[in-house]
Write a protein that binds this ligand. Structure first.
Ligand code: ZN
Length: 686
C-alpha cells in the first residue's frame, strides 16, 4: 500500500516483518474485509529508500525451494515430522480462568488441535475442497506441541497467564504487550492471546532471512510470534467455547501461522494497484485472484481469468468456509522451516522434550549487578541463583571472569530447595569508561560437577557512559560522542538530517516515521551522556521540536529522566509525553515533512528540579512509531541558571490612530525565559 492510500486502522506489511490485521466484523453480515493487510507497492519503492526488498526475499526463497526439490527427489522424500513447541501467553484482564479474556486451557488446546488438523490436512472439512483443487491440496507433516519445559527446564503445560497492564491492546502496544511475557523465540513459538482493540483480531511476524541485502529487516527476536484476539482462539468443534460466530473454528490462527511460516495472502496483496491481478503470493499452484474474499461464498468465482481458491486458509472467508493449503504453500513453509532463523531452531528445541530431572543442578538466573550501564568506577557483582535440580543445594563454587581474566573463584555456602532462588555477592570490581565484560560460571554444585551445563554461564557487557558538564547545549551538527542510539528492531531510527530552522543549513536528529511502515509501536531511543545536578541551583531541559502528522497519525515523543545510569526505561520518569496533534508543530501533511524555517519549530522547556541533588542524570528521547510523519528534535540543552526573560511583543492599545479621549493601554508580553514569572514592573511614559 502506498503512503497516499494509507488509512486508519491499517497494518504494516513488509517482506520480513508484517502485522496482519483482521477487521473485526463479527456482527456485520456484509463484511467487506476481514483483514486490512497492506503490501509494499512499487510506489513506495520508487522513493529510492533503502529498505526491505520483497522480491529479493522471494528470490532467496525460490532458490532454496528449488534446491530443496532437487535434494528431496534424490532422497525420495524421507518422511520428517516437524515438531514445533508452542507457548501460549494469556494476557488477561484479571478474570477467573475460563472467563472472558482469561480463556480456559481447553480452549487453548482446541486451537492447537485445529492447527494440527489444518496443516496436516486432517480437517474434517477437507472434503469440501472443490474437485478442481484436489490435485494441489497439500499437507505439511508438522505437529504443534505445547512446550513441555520452561526455559529453566521445569515442567510446564506451555500456558502462561499474566494480567495485562491495559484492558485492550493495539498494534502500537506491540512491544509493551509482548514484554509482559515472553520465552526465547529461538526455542518457543510464542502466541499471545489477549484483548485486541476492536478493529482487528490477529497479527503475525514474518520469518527473517539471512539473505545479503536484507540488513534493514527487523532483527527483533523479542516480538517474534503471533498475537490473536481471545474470542477467535479455539474451535467450537472441540468444545462449547464462547467464540466469535464468524471466526469460531480457529482459522484466524491457522491463517496467521501461515504468515509466520512465510505465506502471503492468496490474492497477492495488490488491491491498491491499478491492476488487481498484478500481484502474486509467489506460489505457483494458487490461482491468480484480484481481491480477498469475505463471508462464505459457494460455487465458482472467477477473477483474473482463473477460478478463485477462496477456500484457501490465506484468503479471508469465514472459518467454516476455508479448508486447504496447497502443495506450493506447503513447499514454501517447509523451506522457511528448514532455513529461517527462529523457525529452524524450533525443530530442535529442548522445549519439545520432557524435562529430565537431575540431582545437582544449580543455574544462574540473573545478573543483578553490574547492570548493562554503570556510573561508578567500582561495582559489587551480585547474581541470582536458582536450584534447577532435585537435590537441595548447600554449596557452590563460582568463578568471575572480567575482560577475559579470572578475578575471583569463590566457594559459597547456600541453602536452597528445588526451584528456589538466592543471591550471592563477589568482591568489588573496578570498571573503566567504555565497555567491560563480566562472565560468571558455576564450577561445582554440592561439591560435584553441575549436572546440566546450559544454565551455568551468564555474561554481561557493562557500559560506563560518558559524562558531560552542565550547562550544555547540543546543536546536533553531528551525532555527538557520548550520545547513544538504541534501535531494537534494526529498522528506521534516529538519524542526523537536514532540518532548516533560522539557518537553512541546520541539521537535527530525525525519526523518519513517514517511511517506517514496518514496526508500528516500535521504540527508538536517543540517550544523553550523564550529567551531574548535585551542585546547581536550578535545572531545565530546553529543546526544539518539529513534527507534522500524516492524517490522524499518533507518532509519539516521550522524554524519560533516568538516574544512576540505570538504562531501564521502566525505572525512568516520563517528563514529556506528546503525540499526534499535541506533538505537531505544523498542519498535517501527506508529504514527507521537512521543516522549512524557524516557524515550523517549537521550543519546549521542562523543569528538572525534582532531580536537583542527583549526581548522575540522563535524558532519553523515545520516539514511538505510528507510520505517520517525520519528527525532528534539535538544540537539546540543560540549563542550570534561572533565566528570567520577558519580551515586549506588541502594543495592542492604544492604536496608532485614536478617536477616543481615553484609552486603556494593553501590551502583549511573552515569557521567553526558563522560569515562571509572577510579577514584573513596566514603566510607561506618555
Ligand atoms: Zn493475513
Amino acid at each position: 500500500m502506498s503512503k497516499a492510500d494509507q488509512e486508519q486502522p491499517t497494518c504494516t506489511f513488509g517482506a520480513l516483518l508484517t502485522a496482519l490485521i483482521f477487521f473485526f466484523l463479527a456482527f456485520q453480515t456484509n463484511a467487506q474485509e476481514r483483514c486490512a493487510t497492506v503490501p509494499y507497492t512499487k510506489q513506495l519503492q520508487q522513493r529510492n529508500i533503502v529498505r526491505e526488498d520483497p522480491a529479493r526475499f522471494e528470490e532467496w526463497l525460490q532458490r532454496r525451494m528449488s534446491e530443496r526439490r532437487i535434494r528431496m527427489d534424490a532422497q525420495r522424500r524421507q518422511a520428517t515430522t516437524y515438531r514445533v513447541p508452542v507457548v501460549v501467553h494469556v494476557i488477561h484482564n484479571g478474570e477467573p480462568v475460563g472467563t472472558g479474556s482469561n480463556i480456559s486451557d481447553e480452549q487453548i488446546l482446541s486451537q492447537i488441535a485445529v492447527l494440527n488438523r489444518d496443516f496436516q490436512r486432517l480437517n474434517a472439512d477437507a472434503s469440501n475442497t472443490p474437485a478442481a483443487f484436489l490435485p494441489v491440496a497439500g499437507s505439511l507433516d508438522i505437529e504443534f506441541v505445547m512446550a513441555k519445559q520452561t526455559p529453566e527446564g521445569f515442567p510446564t503445560n506451555g500456558i502462561v497467564r499474566v494480567q495485562g497492564t491495559r484492558t485492550e491492546w493495539t498494534l502500537n502496544d506491540n512491544y509493551e504487550l509482548k514484554s509482559l511475557s515472553y520465552w526465547p523465540a529461538e526455542d518457543y513459538l510464542n502466541i499471545w492471546v489477549t484483548t485486541l482493540a476492536s478493529s482487528y483480531v490477529g497479527f503475525a511476524q514474518f520469518p527473517v532471512s539471512d539473505l545479503p541485502g536484507l540488513e534493514n529487516s527487523s532483527t527483533n527476536r523479542l516480538t517474534d510470534g503471533i498475537v490473536i484476539h481471545y474470542d477467535v482462539f479455539g474451535s467450537v468443534e472441540d468444545g462449547d467455547f464462547d467464540l466469535d460466530p464468524q471466526y469460531n473454528r480457529g482459522r484466524t490462527t491457522t491463517h496467521e501461522m501461515g504468515h509466520f511460516f512465510g505465506l502471503r495472502h492468496i490474492w497477492g496483496d495488490d488491491e491498491a494497484q491499478s491492476d488487481a491481478c498484478s500481484g502474486t503470493d509467489y506460489v505457483d499452484d494458487t490461482p491468480n485472484q484480484s481481491f480477498s474474499t469475505n463471508g462464505c461464498p459457494t460455487g465458482t468465482r472467477v477473477t483474473c481469468g482463473t477460478e478463485n481458491m477462496y477456500m484457501n486458509f490465506l484468503d479471508y472467508t469465514n472459518d467454516a468456509c476455508m479448508n486447504l493449503f496447497t502443495v506450493g504453500q506447503v513447499e514454501r513453509m517447509t523451506t522457511v522451516l528448514e532455513n529461517s532463523p527462529r523457525r529452524a531452531s524450533l525443530l530442535t528445541s529442548h522445549a519439545l522434550l520432557d524435562p529430565e530431572p537431575v540431582a545437582d543442578n544449580l543455574g544462574i538466573k540473573n545478573i543483578i549487578s553490574p547492570s548493562p550501564a554503570e556510573c561508578n568506577a567500582s561495582v559489587t557483582p551480585v547474581i541470582e541463583l536458582q536450584n534447577n535440580g532435585t537435590n537441595a543445594v548447600t554449596s557452590t563454587r563460582i568463578r568471575l571472569v572480567v575482560d577475559g581474566v579470572p578475578v575471583e573463584t569463590t566457594d559459597f555456602s547456600i541453602d536452597i530447595d528445588p526451584q528456589e532462588t538466592t543471591t550471592v555477592s563477589f568482591s568489588p570490581q573496578s570498571i573503566s569508561s567504555g565497555a567491560n565484560h563480566f562472565l560468571f560460571e558455576i564450577l561445582l554444585t554440592n561439591g560435584v560437577s553441575d549436572a546440566r551445563a546450559n544454565d551455568n554461564v551468564r555474561e554481561i557487557e557493562v557500559i560506563v557512559p560518558e559524562l558531560i558538564d552542565v550547562p550544555f547545549s547540543e546543536p546536533f551538527a553531528t551525532i555527538p560522542p557520548g550520545w547513544s542510539i538504541n534501535n531494537p528492531d534494526g529498522q528506521v531510527t534516529w538519524q542526523l538530517a537536514s532540518a532548516p530552522s533560522a539557518s537553512p543549513t541546520n541539521t537535527a536528529m530525525k525519526l523518519n516515521f513517514y517511511e517506517y511502515e514496518d514496526g508500528r509501536g516500535e521504540l527508538d531511543l536517543l540517550t544523553s551522556p550523564v550529567f551531574d545536578l548535585s551542585d546547581v541551583p536550578v535545572a531545565y531541559i530546553s529543546f526544539d521540536v518539529a513534527h507534522a502528522q500524516f492524517r490522524g497519525s499518533t507518532d509519539r515523543l516521550r522524554i524519560y529522566v533516568l538516574t544512576n545510569c540505570d538504562d531501564d526505561l521502566f525505572n525512568g520518569t516520563v517528563v514529556y509525553d506528546k503525540s499526534g496533534s499535541a506533538l505537531a508543530t505544523v498542519p498535517s501533511s501527506n508529504a514527507p515533512f521537512i521543516p522549512s524555517g524557524s516557524g515550523d519549530w517549537r521550543t519546549e522547556i521542562i523543569d528538572l528540579s525534582p532531580w536537583l541533588g542527583e549526581t548522575s542524570v540522563q535524558l532519553v528521547f523515545a520516539g514511538t512509531n505510528d507510520w505517520g510523519n517525520n519528527l525532528y528534535i534539535d538544540n537539546i540543552s540543560v540549563v542550570t541558571t534561572a533565566d528570567e526573560d520577558l519580551a515586549l511583543r506588541d502594543v495592542m492599545r492604544p492604536a496608532p490612530v485614536l478617536c477616543e479621549n481615553t484609552v486603556v493601554p494593553q501590551l502583549m508580553i511573552q515569557n521567553t525565559g526558563t522560569v515562571t514569572i509572577t510579577s514584573f514592573n513596566i514603566n510607561m511614559t506618555v
